[in-house]
Structures are given as C-alpha cells and as structure tokens.
Design a binder for this molecule. Sequence first.
Ligand code: 4NP
Length: 155
Amino acid sequence: MIRVLFVCLGNICRSPMAEAVFRKQVQDAGLADAIAVDSAGIGGWHAGERPHRGTLAVLAAHGVDASGLCARQVTPVDIRNFDYIVAMDEENLDGLERLGARVGERVFRLLDIVPDSPMQNVPDPYYSGNFDLVYDLVERGCAALLQKIRQEHGL
Ligand code: 4NP
C-alpha cells in the first residue's frame, strides 16, 4: 500500500479537501486497493472536528464524498509511516521539518508538482473564505500527484 498524507495548518479547510478529492481520483482510477489517503494538521486546535462548512460546501458542489473526514494533528510517527507527505504551504513544510521530516522527494508542497503553476502555496481560506480557488488548486495538484505516484510505482 502506498500511503499519502495531506497536511495543512488546522486540518479543517485545505488538507481534508485534498484528502477527499484525491481519494475520489484514486477510486475513479481503480487504485483504491493500492493507495491509502489521510490528512492531518500542524496544529491540534480543531482535532476531532468535521471540516469547515466552506470545505463541505465546495466538496458537495463538486459531488465529492466528505464522509469520514475528521481533524487530527500530525505526529512524528506519521513522518515515518507515510510514503508521501504533501503540504499545502511553506509554513506547513516548516512545521513538518520541526517534526523531523526532510523536504524532498517524499515531502513537498502540493503545487510544487504542478507544471507551470502560478502559485506555490495553496492559500488559507480560513480567513479569506475563497474555497472555490482552493478547490481548483487542490484538484489540479491532486491530479499531478496521482500521475507522479503512478509513474513512480508503475501503476
Ligand atoms: P486549514 O485552515 O489549515 O486549511 O485547515 C485553517 C484552519 C484553522 C486555523 C487556521 C487555518 N486556525 O487558526 O484555527
């Protein structure tokens, strides 16, 4: 099993959205038995909570299943256990490094792998409310991630 962890700050807006979108893309590709998907936050303030209503609304609008999403904090064990740890922004990467992760082939930002992306950080919608922009970026990033994993694992 290839294990993928999406990471943002609170695990209620961006990374649960990426978890749900990527899981759907993996299922649609018939790879649910090969790729496991999870998400977590650098901070633990929202642990146990469902995603932000903005994330739930945009997922529903695109027909993406949001059941089962529940916030939790990333741990040092996660750093060892996951094959790909995909951060939403630079600040998340700093947080992952503080937990012992080394940024590189296995640990990177979602938009780092999108060719010609005009942005490198998925902006935090918690204050801006721009969940539609986040959805577009997440969808493109997840498609690039699936392609990368398929290439690297011959799937
Ligand atoms: P997320 O957004 O990192 O995309 O889940 C945030 C959620 C909560 C907070 C910050 C960002 N917060 O400060 O509580």
